[in-house]
Design a protein around this ligand. Structure first.
Ligand code: IVH
Length: 702
């Protein structure tokens, strides 16, 4: 037998022994014999490294050589997840995703393992690199340590290129045992994750090999798109078949349980099936189970199942838009209550806001936290000077959770003033909430104007709350309808506005005349008519304001309450709102100004633009002068029939490259993808380059 043959034979034999032992717990030979064969193979491989198999079982043993962990660039986006702290926020993610897709979706729910994020890269079925997450673009190559993990396949049964994401972790019991065995107390790790992180970066892989790290894999990115399964369940199922370790505690959500079960079955996966309405129950169950799991989890991950939708939704700079992490613990911090201010919203609702000492919470510094209403303050028995705990739950605005220590100045529970802090009208109580009843209260008026002009509504770009405040105070803008009739010529003299901004404002106002009827309807600020309900109204026959006004004039609440999703109370309130003289007058003025008051003049999206990008697949990188945020450029592509994706692959036809694009540009060059710069793109769009500067120095076009 020549050397090559001996190496081949030993490799095969040892692989069989290892597999039997680690997968089935069966020893086919004695330990001494096993060690002898391993030593022999190590010796031969040392002499003839060129003959070593890439998946040689000796790689599991590790070495005493010092590792360095070179930085390598990821070829897939390795982002983290957006977070939710309540079951409502998860449900909101479900419903917003479904609404955005405009069709049925299903969601996988996995445990969020508290470990170390790892990407395993395989080329032609052989593990070539294991890379830490790093900053998402560049991570450390920690292959020598990762190959010591039995749960990481060194080779796959198929000769494929694939990147697999997973979480490397240490079971709680192993952590306890290893930590207890560490004589030097200072060297003991605080938790399993820290010990796992230390192990992944151990300088000697022989030492890393002694720590029983393991991995759960949860995402796969196939090099060849056509091999990619069409949904997450089939990805998991395929990963399992390829020999990866998949967390068996999988749950799956669909509009009803039976549908969810059918999809799990179709992918040949065991898992718990749920209907959307059971989220609350599911989260409670997992929260209770958490302590008894053999490993640590810090939350649950909810992911859209359908891959084509994932691709459509894409990524923000930091996280995919198709997944969300529910965290068991909302970040909490301690702060001192410096004072309580009272805000008046556009509906007149009075909200007390806690002014607190600047406090770091969940990655940002907060100075204010909501207190909801008077009842909430009373429940907390909250007084100025108290030390409080603040949290970031589902809300973007943090909330005061509890009083940790009472103030020593003898301050008593705070009581909201009985007058509106803005217009001094006597505050009224409606259902436990406080309201300023004065429709002309300046704060309410400014709130209504700002709401009307906001991005989600009429999207009048330069008319933000600060500009509204300036224009209101100058007497230029005193109502929503004023937006279209005001004389802005004197606005340029106001400090903080300027000529250029006025031009942009006028342009923004003009453009807003083209917003579809449903947007106009929701922008009126009627309590029960948000974006979704406005669309529902339109879909259910109320495709003009006159139809709504007529039904309201007849007192026909049933016409509204019979719409699926609208209740009796909503029906009555819509009638009441549209019977109001004030709202009718506003509508009259807006109609005169030329806003869409029915759907007949709404532009149909697909008629609007020539489909110059049809059949093309565009990716975007870098930053842009004319598109900020850059997703605006993606919209322009989509409107013209192009498809947009979040990473450059062999299917990508164009890369729109702004300033500072890095890895995507390199990948595009490698794959021969056409690279288009911003100027060329503007020419393609046929948009005249008109670079006006707004007051914040940002160049705006659309
Ligand atoms: S999915 C694009 N699934 O949590 C895919 N992540 O805060 C994004 N994690 O960096 C990740 N368990 O390290 C996913 N079942 C799971 C996970 C999981 C743990 C980690 C992962 C990620 C972090 C996000």
């Amino acid at each position: 037998m020549n050397i090559k043959e001996e190496i081949d034979k030993l490799t095969e034999e040892l692989k069989v022994y290892q597999d039997k032992y680690y997968k089935e717990g069966v020893s086919l030979i004695s330990d001494t014999e096993y060690d002898r064969l391993t030593d022999r193979l190590i010796e031969l491989e040392k002499e003839h490294p060129e003959l070593q198999h890439p998946d040689s079982p000796t790689r599991r043993v590790g070495s005493d050589l010092t590792n360095d962990f070179p930085e390598v660039r990821h070829t897939i986006p390795v982002l983290s997840l957006d977070k939710a702290y309540s079951d409502e926020a998860v449900l909101d993610f479900f419903s917003k995703s479904i609404q955005k897709e405009g069709g049925a979706l299903s969601f996988a729910a996995e445990e969020k393992i508290d470990g170390i994020s790892m990407v395993l890269y395989y080329e032609k079925g052989i593990l070539v690199r294991a890379v830490t997450r790093g900053n998402g673009e560049v991570g450390n190559d920690v292959t020598p340590n990762i190959v010591t993990m039995r749960s990481v396949p060194l080779s796959l049964p198929e000769s494929i290129d694939i990147a697999v994401r997973g979480e490397v972790y240490l079971e709680k019991a192993d952590f306890e045992r290893l930590n207890a065995a560490e004589p030097d107390e200072a060297k003991r790790a605080a938790n399993p994750r820290n010990l796992a992180a230390g192990t992944v970066r151990r300088q000697k892989s022989s030492e890393a090999g002694r720590v029983p790290l393991t991995i759960f894999c949860y995402e796969g990115f196939w090099g060849n798109r056509s091999e990619t399964p069409s949904d997450h369940l089939h990805i998991l199922s395929k990963l399992k078949k390829l020999g990866f370790r998949i967390n068996p505690h999988l749950a799956f959500f669909d509009s009803d349980k039976a549908k969810a079960k059918a999809k799990l079955d179709a992918a040949e996966l065991d898992g718990e099936a749920y209907g959307f309405s059971e989220i609350d129950e599911f989260i409670k169950k997992k929260t209770a189970e958490r302590k008894s799991l053999p490993y640590e989890i810090d939350g649950l991950v909810f992911k859209i199942n359908e891959l084509d939708v994932r691709e459509k939704f894409g990524y923000t700079e930091h996280h995919p838009r198709w997944a969300i992490a529910y965290k068991f613990e909302a970040p909490q911090a301690e702060a001192k209550l410096l004072g309580i201010t009272v805000q008046v919203g556009r509906t007149g609702r009075i909200t007390p806001v806690a002014e607190i000492t600047p406090t770091k919470l969940g990655g940002s510094t907060i100075r204010r936290a909501t207190l909801h209403n008077q009842e909430y303050i009373e429940e907390l028995e909250l007084a100025i000077g108290d030390t409080v705990s603040v949290s970031k739950r589902g809300d973007v605005i943090p909330a005061v959770e509890s009083v940790i220590e009472k103030n020593d100045a003898g301050n008593t529970t705070f009581v909201l003033p009985d007058e509106c802090p803005c217009c001094h009208t006597h505050i009224v109580q409606i259902g436990g909430l406080q309201y300023c009843p004065n429709y002309d209260c300046p704060d309410q008026v400014k709130g209504r104007i700002s709401f009307f002009a906001s991005t989600d509504q009429m999207d009048i770009e330069t008319l933000g709350p600060k500009t509204v405040e300036l224009l209101y105070n100058a007497g230029i803008l005193r109502s929503v309808e004023d937006i279209y009739t005001a004389d802005y010529s004197s606005a340029a003299d106001l400090s903080g506005i300027g000529e250029k901004s006025v031009k942009l404002l006028e342009k923004g106002i003009k453009e807003s005349l083209e917003r579809p009827f449903a947007t106009v309807l929701s922008s009126l600020g009627v309590a029960d008519i948000g974006k979704k309900s406005a669309e529902l109204l339109v879909k259910n026959g109320f495709d003009s304001i006159d139809k709504i006004l007529d039904a309201a004039a007849k007192g026909d609440a049933e016409a509204f309450s019979s719409i699926p999703g609208f209740g009796e109370v909503t029906g009555r309130r819509i009638v009441e709102a549209f019977s109001s003289e004030r709202l009718r007058a506003t509508i009259g003025s807006l109609r005169k100004a030329g806003l869409h008051m029915d759907t007949s003049s709404d532009k149909k999206d697909d008629e609007e633009y020539e489909k110059i990008f049809s059949g093309e697949v565009w990716c975007i990188t870098g930053s842009f002068k004319n598109f900020n945020p850059r997703t605006k450029a993606l919209k322009e592509i989509e409107k013209r029939g192009g498809r947009t994706v979040s990473s450059v692959t062999s299917k990508t036809t164009h890369l729109l490259a702004g300033e500072g694009g890095g890895s995507k540009r390199a990948e595009a060059e490698r794959l021969g993808v056409k690279i288009v710069n911003e100027d060329e793109f503007m020419t393609l769009l046929g948009v005249e380059k008109k670079k006006e500067e707004s007051d914040d120095g940002q160049l705006l076009l659309f």
